[in-house]
Design a protein around this ligand. Structure first.
Ligand SMILES: *Cc1c(COP(=O)(O)O)cnc(C)c1O
Length: 397
């Protein structure tokens, strides 16, 4: 017998994990607007606005710029499945979870993955990547994660894209946790295939993956010898839906209401302006880090490679990592993330992304952490963290 179900009322949480992050009320309101047909002329106008808003966010003129109707992982897959053919060599500069997934994608496309492995918590080493490119001159693609959400590291995407170009390679860039929070300059970097996600710095719910492809990448897809292994993600087919001026052909039914949300989020990004959005993320992280340092905690990543939207904080000796997170969720309705892989149990991952990158979130998180640690006998001066964060915040407002 089936169980009786009732309406679902989600608890009201503050989301400061590795994603999803807090959704802006304007985005939630947009999603609640009446659904229309996905081939309705009004929806087609909305699609054009979204593509234009994405070009602004990605800082590109690429005509092949659109949202994949699926989460960031699908954007990743769209890049690999279209650009990598059986036998192709792909260098992956790997420094966390998402680089590991890139390798999985290459293998499933029948390509050969050459992995340049880095310790988790470190940025990608340009010299080692250059060495790998020299060693395998027939490499077709260089792939890397700009903002490693698993470790809180930001790598030098501009320099890596330049290396790819110097060695006649295409670049695939994971910008899931950078777009909207950290500068992503697709055209001036010469990046070829870049994907992102809506639930990190764009203040939207999860479920959509903005992507952009350079003309060079689009040309590579058109000239493939093997058909693309995925029907849903085949750019040649998707573009007949998202592309063409007028005359759209049915490919799949876009998640209409989710697109309303993305549209509103992109509008808000334009209103704030990219530069201010990036400054807000970096400034808020500085305030947060001042706070955690004032309570005796340390960030895992050194200041030069720290990713503004996500801070990994080392768990001090004698503190129960999971019990601390549980206390934050239960008592403060506050979600933070756990460490992954080699960092499991050793760090918390604290997101200050999109609508979550606000001072009130910083103060809530510092207060809640301080409480959880003092309950576990940590020697902390109550209030010091908030005072330090506020003092730092005053420096940049
Ligand atoms: C979250 C994330 C993804 C995956 O996005 P989903 O929407 O969860 O599929 C990929 N890469 C990075 C760097 C991420 O942070």
């Amino acid at each position: 017998m089936s169980q009786e179900i009732k309406s679902f009322y989600p608890p009201l949480r503050t989301l400061m994990g590795p994603g999803p992050s807090d959704v802006h009320p304007r985005v939630l309101a947009a999603i609640a607007k009446p659904t229309i047909g996905h081939l309705d002329p009004a929806f087609q106008d909305l699609m054009e606005d979204i593509k234009s808003g994405l070009r602004y966010a990605f800082q590109t003129e690429n005509s092949l710029t659109f949202p994949v109707s699926a989460p960031g992982s699908a954007g990743m897959e769209a890049c690999f499945v279209n650009l990598v053919e059986p036998g192709d060599k792909v260098i992956i500069a790997q420094n966390g979870v998402f680089g590991v997934r890139m390798k999985e994608n290459v293998v499933r496309c029948g390509g050969t993955a050459i992995v340049v492995e880095h310790d988790w918590g470190t940025a990608i080493d340009l010299q080692r990547v250059e060495g790998a490119l020299k060693e395998s001159p027939d490499t077709k693609v260089l792939a890397f994660v700009h903002a490693e959400t698993s470790t809180g590291v930001l790598s030098d995407a501009q320099a890596l894209c330049a290396l790819a170009q110097q060695h006649d390679c295409l670049s695939i860039v994971d910008a899931v946790t950078s777009l909207g929070g950290v500068n992503v300059e697709v055209d001036s970097w010469g990046a070829d295939a870049v994907y992102s996600g809506t639930q990190k710095c764009l203040s939207c719910p999860p479920g959509i993956s903005p992507v952009t492809f350079s003309d060079r990448a689009a040309e590579t897809v058109r000239n493939r010898t093997h058909p693309v292994g995925s029907w849903f993600l085949d750019l040649n087919l998707v573009m007949a839906y998202w592309g063409g001026d007028g005359g759209r052909t049915y490919h799949h039914t876009a998640p209409v209401n989710a697109m309303y949300g993305l549209h509103e989020a992109l509008l808000m990004l334009q209103e704030e302006g990219l530069k201010l959005a990036h400054n807000r993320h970096s400034g808020i992280q500085k305030a947060f880090v001042s706070g955690i340092e004032a309570m005796g905690l340390t960030p895992l990543v050194d200041v030069d490679n720290r990713l503004p939207p996500l801070t990994t904080v080392c768990v001090p000796d004698g503190i129960d990592e999971a019990a601390t997170r549980a206390h934050l969720l239960k008592t403060y309705n506050l979600e933070i993330g756990a460490g992954l892989g080699p960092l499991a149990g050793k760090v918390w991952r604290i997101g200050l992304m999109g609508h979550s990158a606000r001072m009130e979130n910083v103060l809530l998180c510092l207060t809640a952490l301080e409480d959880a640690l003092i309950r576990q006998q940590a020697k902390i001066e109550p209030g010091a963290a908030n005072a330090a964060a506020i003092a730092m915040f005053d420096n940049f407002v």
